[in-house]
Design a protein around this ligand. Structure first.
Ligand SMILES: [Zn+2]
Length: 115
């Protein structure tokens, strides 16, 4: 996983369609842009199938105004990217560690929760 988060961008459907053009899994962060353009990370999530669709679902909920994202090549990579952001930023709106699908043995790269 060499790619870094891109953005931030306005969390609205038109912007999502303009910048998230690949139909790929990925990880994303949601938050608000503060005065001076500083992006405050409030939430991290992932899309196991299509980042574009997932972000538009989030935009419809109107809870955040900006997002950053990174593409991943498969769902496990998206999970690992989500975990890294979770441990790096400890986003305020993530009440619990990212979860994995029950039948998979994916491991968090940053802790022993799924060791
Ligand atoms: Zn972890």
């Amino acid at each position: 996983m060499s790619q870094a988060l891109q953005g931030s961008y306005l969390l609205e459907a038109a912007t999502i369609d303009r910048v998230v053009t690949e139909r790929l899994p990925g990880a994303y962060v949601l938050g608000h842009k503060r005065t001076g353009g500083i992006f405050r990370v409030s939430f991290v999530g992932r899309a196991e199938a299509n980042l574009n669709v997932r972000l538009k679902q989030q935009a419809e909920m109107n809870a955040y105004s900006a997002f950053m994202f990174q593409y991943c090549t498969n769902p496990q990579e998206a999970f690992e990217a989500e975990c890294k952001v979770f441990h790096t930023f400890a986003p305020a709106d993530n009440k619990a560690h990212p979860t994995r699908p029950p039948s998979f043995d994916w491991k968090c790269p940053n802790c022993k929760m799924f060791g």
